[in-house]
Write a protein that binds this ligand. Structure first.
Ligand SMILES: [Zn+2]
Length: 254
C-alpha cells in the first residue's frame, strides 16, 4: 500500500481484526453484486469505500424517478441512465482505486456461472426468485459464499450461505422452489427507505468479514429486522435433509 492508501484505509488498519494484512486482502478481493437497486446500493458503496479491489455489478435496469427514494447509488441527474453506469460513476467518485465491472444484463445461467467463478464472495441484491434460485444453485455448485438479503415494507432479512461449511443451508433450504413464492415487489408493496440501507449495509458487513475471514458470519442463522417496531432477532436455519439442491451438493462430494 502507498501512503495515500495507508491514510484512506487507516481506520480499518487500526482495527486489530483487519490491520494492514486484512486491508491488503480486501484490495486483492473480488465481490460480485447482483442488483444495483435498494440493497445493491449501500452494499456497493460500502464495499467500494472499504477498498474491495474489484466489484462486478450486474443489473439490466435503468434509473427511474421512483428509485431515488431508496437507491442511494443513483442521482437525479442519472434518471434514464443504465443503473450499472450510474453506479460506476458514483463509486469512482468515492474510491477511484476500485475496479468496477458494470454489466448491463440480466444474466443467464451460463454467464452467471462464469461471473461467480471469478468472484471471492457473491451478494444477492436481486428482487426476484428466479435470480435468487439460479444464483443459489451456481454458488452451491462452485462452493462460493453467498450473502443474501431481502426487504419489503418494514421487514428485512439477511443471511449467509457458506458452502465451504458442510452444514450450511442453501437458499432453497430456506425457501423451497415450487411453493407459492410470488415475487413481492416494492412497486406494489412499498418499502421503507432506510430499511434497504440497513439490509444492504449488513450484506456488505457479512461480505467483508467473509473476505477477511474474521468474526462470526450469519451462516446457519437468519437475521430478521422489523424497522417499524425497532426489533432485530436471529433464528436458526438448518440444512434441509431433502433439499434437492443440497442433495446435489452431496453427490458431487462437497
Ligand atoms: Zn439446500
Amino acid at each position: 500500500m502507498n501512503d495515500q492508501q495507508l491514510l484512506r484505509y487507516s481506520r480499518h488498519i487500526l482495527l486489530q481484526e483487519i490491520g494492514i494484512e486484512g486491508q491488503e486482502k480486501l484490495i486483492g478481493a473480488h465481490a460480485l453484486i447482483i442488483g444495483t437497486g435498494g440493497l445493491g446500493s449501500p452494499a456497493a458503496l460500502f464495499l467500494a469505500a472499504s477498498g474491495v479491489g474489484t466489484l462486478t455489478l450486474c443489473d439490466n435496469d435503468t434509473v427511474d424517478l421512483t428509485n431515488l427514494q431508496r437507491q442511494i447509488l443513483h442521482r437525479t441527474a442519472s434518471i434514464g441512465m443504465n443503473k450499472v453506469d450510474s453506479a460506476r460513476t458514483t463509486l469512482a467518485e468515492i474510491n477511484p482505486e476500485v475496479h468496477v465491472n458494470s454489466l448491463k444484463e440480466r444474466v443467464e445461467a451460463a454467464r452467471l456461472q462464469e461471473l461467480v467463478a471469478q468472484a471471492d464472495v457473491v451478494l444477492d441484491c436481486s428482487d426476484n426468485f428466479a435470480t435468487r434460485y439460479a444464483l443459489n444453485r451456481i454458488c452451491v455448485a462452485l462452493n462460493k459464499p453467498l450473502v443474501s438479503g431481502a426487504a419489503i415494507r418494514f421487514a428485512g432479512q439477511v443471511t449467509v450461505f457458506d458452502f465451504r461449511q458442510q452444514h450450511s443451508p442453501c437458499y432453497h433450504c430456506l425457501y423451497p422452489e415450487n411453493t407459492e413464492n410470488e415475487d413481492t415487489r416494492c412497486a406494489e408493496m412499498g418499502v421503507f427507505a432506510p430499511l434497504v440501507g440497513i439490509v444492504g449495509s449488513l450484506q456488505a458487513a457479512e461480505a467483508l468479514k467473509l473476505l477477511l475471514e474474521v468474526g462470526t458470519s450469519l451462516c446457519g442463522k437468519l437475521l430478521l429486522i422489523d424497522a417499524l417496531h425497532s426489533g432485530m432477532r436471529t433464528i436458526k436455519l438448518s440444512r434441509d435433509a431433502n433439499c434437492p439442491v443440497c442433495l446435489n451438493r452431496n453427490h458431487i462430494g462437497i
